[in-house]
Design a protein around this ligand. Structure first.
Ligand code: GLP
Length: 245
């Protein structure tokens, strides 16, 4: 089944289109279970969700959210932790009950338990209705690096040097970028009922090309999305291989 692809002219239009679809889904189902992502790409979309919440009153009171991943070793108060990012970028500006926002913990002693607990927590809520994803330049989704089994559940991973380099821009130096992360697995992600993959910028062009080739391989984690029945890929022209040619 071919992926449904929506091409936006630029980052602003991309962010608006994704936000519009999310708002529609939240209004259709005020108790929706959202899967949320971090990184630079969804920031514009979160900004639009906040603006809509303030202007139109879309409510998150009964919404539950599960984030994809977290760095191992960073406490929730660390400026680069994904929990901090989510509070700062979205949760602190809408009416969501923070107790219903889940991000895997990066500062626990027992990661095996944290992984099982997180997976069970999602199941206990009957799974994720709408999952937002970004993509790494190497095709990772969440922090599922190339080579991750498509059967994987929530687990801890060793980050690839290229991923640490990509994310070094958020830290004072590359040495401060954690070497491990905890992430939902590919199987966890694939169980979501609907998936929105958001991609922006020239540096993602190669990844988009691979994704849209339709070849499915564990060497390129995002390719698994070709096997999901309800995925929309939102891509801006800068990242879209056949645009501007
Ligand atoms: C990070 C996150 C991913 C994200 C990816 C792309 O490593 N773990 O969930 O999709 O990077 O990030 P960006 O949007 O900043 O390019």
């Amino acid at each position: 089944m071919a992926l449904n692809v929506i091409v936006a002219k630029d980052y602003q239009e991309l962010s608006q289109k994704v936000a519009d679809l999310m708002i529609e889904r939240i209004r259709q189902n005020p108790e929706i279970k959202l899967g949320l992502a971090t990184g630079s790409t969804p920031v514009g979309m979160y900004r639009n969700l906040i603006e809509d919440h303030k202007k139109n009153g879309t409510s998150y009171k009964n919404v539950t959210s599960f984030n994809l991943d977290e760095y191992v070793g960073l406490p929730e108060t660390h400026l680069q932790s994904y929990r901090y990012f989510m509070n700062d970028t979205l949760f602190d500006h809408i009416d969501i009950n923070k107790e219903n926002t889940y991000v895997p913990r990066g500062d626990v002693d027992d990661f095996e338990k944290e992984c099982v607990d997180y997976e069970n927590l999602i199941e206990k809520h009957d799974g994720i209705d709408l999952q937002v994803l970004g993509i790494g330049t190497n095709g990772h989704i969440g922090f599922n690096e190339p080579g991750t089994s498509f059967d994987s559940k929530t687990h801890t991973v060793e980050l690839k040097p290229s991923t640490r380099e990509d994310n070094a821009r958020f830290f004072a130096s590359i040495d401060e970028v954690p070497t491990r992360a905890i992430t939902m697995g590919i199987d966890t992600i694939m169980k979501s009922k609907e998936i929105l993959l958001v991609i922006s910028g020239e540096n993602k062009k190669e990844a988009v090309e691979k994704l849209l080739s339709g070849e499915v391989s564990e060497d390129f984690p995002a390719s698994v999305l070709n096997n999901h029945p309800n995925v929309t890929v939102f891509v801006d022209e800068a990242a879209y291989p056949s645009a501007n040619k």
